[in-house]
Design a protein around this ligand. Structure first.
Ligand code: ATP
Ligand code: MG
Ligand code: MG
Ligand code: MG
Length: 469
């Protein structure tokens, strides 16, 4: 069996042999990019290279990039445990051309790696292209010999990529793997494409235009290439399993989750074990970069991830700090590729243990309240915002944790009511504060309080835009 670690090396070696500079992963907390919560794609560290603002001593590169998609534009948090292919933390393998090769070479390199180097069965592969991209259509036929029915034309929503409102953009082409008809789902563009039978493994972005302020597009003088392939997804394919959570790396983490919570792998607690294994990676990599659980910004996203994992540990019957015990397994599995895990091991363990300790004090009581309040509710019911706010305010339940807890029962939370309760509390605080007469300090205090307000986290619940690498 080819391990995740072998596949990562094999990818980087292949592109190095093909003349690409192997560049280390950039941090999860993007440098000099306040617009982005966490690095969510391989191209992030090359943004300025693509626009020409920054020059590098190479014109092609390859990376294995740490990514987190648990907030902002890409938020896969709610997918974890429910799809075979989504993680909050994952590694994106990529090759990049900065005005060097373009579409034909990019397709050739990808196809050769998949079918020659890795010998994947050609008949299982199909691609999507942007509806107007006749060039890509012709190239997939020429280079890969794909028949027309294996080249699906889709619209801009899924197959046109833009860096922002202006700047580089272009059509993309996604490569899918067919896991077989024992798995539910249809090919992309079909009515049941939401299933997990056809899994997107690789996205090739052809940056060939520059979007102007006035809405027009100019051709880029030197078009570029940006690709991204999920390491865990390609590992599932190469290890002959359908679900990402069945690859070697996740098997080890899930075994550790089972051991830490005193349960059996593959038993009733499978979903919770998967969520814990997934969230352990996000929290550990973030803590290794110095992000700490807090009530705002990145720290709050981290706290949400940690507390969700903790609720799942509780579901598995664990009432003591447990997740921190899994850290050595993660370090063993991923420490060689990411030495920051080895360096940060003690700090990661201690941070997780402390947060578990802190939250476990109120978690049980909060879950009891949640269960009391919802005991007569059935599918389609809505939990009132005031209760959700009380759970947040008094018991430390992030809103999405409450939602996650009710999701399998088909119960949702009144988000507007939650915000109203939050606002009411703030107004109340302002009133009682007004008498103090220290208006200058008030301002500072409220500026801080507002930061922790509902917009701070409801803002992350935005749609997961597709087709972005
Ligand atoms: P999907 O449609 O499956 O959510 P995507 O179109 O959002 O994927 P891209 O933005 O194109 O993904 O990212 C490039 C590649 O990264 C994908 O083809 C996939 O292999 C991988 N990938 C994306 N999101 C995740 C995730 N949450 N977990 C694991 N791998 C991912
Ligand atoms: Mg996605
Ligand atoms: Mg994609
Ligand atoms: Mg997609």
């Amino acid at each position: 069996m080819t391990s995740v670690n072998d596949i990562r090396s094999s990818f980087l070696n292949y592109f190095s042999r093909e003349g690409h500079e192997a560049v280390p992963s950039s941090p999860l907390v993007p440098r000099n990019d306040p617009t982005l919560m966490f690095t969510n794609a391989g191209m992030v560290q090359f943004k300025n290279v693509f626009t020409g603002v920054e020059k590098r001593p190479y014109s092609t590169a390859t990376t294995a990039q740490k990514c987190v998609r648990a907030g902002g534009k890409h938020n896969d948090l709610d997918n974890v445990g429910f799809t075979a292919r989504h993680h909050t933390f994952f590694e994106m393998l990529g090759n990049f051309s900065f005005g060097d090769y373009f579409k034909e070479r990019a397709i050739e390199l990808a196809w050769n790696l998949l079918t020659k180097e890795w010998e994947l069965p050609r008949e299982r592969l199909s691609v999507t292209i942007y509806q107007d991209d006749d060039e890509a259509h012709a190239l997939w036929k020429k280079v890969a010999g794909l028949s027309d029915d294996k080249i699906v034309r889709l619209g801009a929503k899924s197959n046109f990529w833009q860096m922002g409102d202006t700047g580089p953009c272009g059509p993309c082409s996604e490569i899918f793997y067919d896991h077989g008809d024992h798995v539910w789902g249809g090919p992309p563009g079909s009515p049941d494409e939401d299933g997990d039978r056809f899994i997107e493994i690789w996205n090739l972005v052809f940056m060939q235009y520059e979007q102007q302020n006035d809405g027009t597009r100019l051709g880029l003088p030197r078009p570029s290439i940006d690709t991204g392939m999920g390491l865990e997804r390609i590992a599932a394919v190469m290890q002959g399993v359908h679900n990402n959570y069945d690859i070697d790396l996740f098997k080890a983490l899930i075994a550790a989750a089972a051991q830490a919570t005193g349960t059996q792998p593959d038993g009733d607690g499978k979903t919770s074990q998967r969520v814990i294994a997934d969230h352990l990676r996000s929290m550990s990599f973030l803590i290794a970069e110095g992000v700490l659980p807090s009530n705002e910004g990145r720290g709050y996203v981290l706290r949400r991830i940690m507390r969700r994992a903790m609720r799942h540990a509780t579901l598995l019957g664990s009432n003591e700090p447990a997740i921190f015990k899994m850290v050595p397994t993660l370090v063993r599995e991923m420490g060689q590729a990411y030495p920051e895990l080895v360096r940060g091991e003690a700090m990661i363990e201690e941070t997780i243990r402390l947060e578990e300790h802190r939250f476990l004090k109120t978690l049980g009581r909060g879950l009891q309240i949640l269960s009391d309040e919802t005991k007569d509710m059935g599918e389609g019911a809505v939990l009132d915002g005031a209760t959700a706010f009380k759970l947040y305010d008094t018991y430390g339940f992030p809103l999405d944790l409450t939602e996650d807890a009710l999701r399998t029962r088909g119960i949702t939370v009144d988000q507007a009511g939650f915000s109203t309760a939050m606002e009411a509390q703030k107004a109340e605080a302002r009133k009682s504060w007004a008498g103090s007469g220290e208006s200058a300090d008030d301002k500072v205090w409220f500026a801080v309080a507002d930061k922790v307000g509902p917009t701070e986290f409801l803002g992350y619940e935005t749609e997961n835009a597709e087709g972005q690498v």
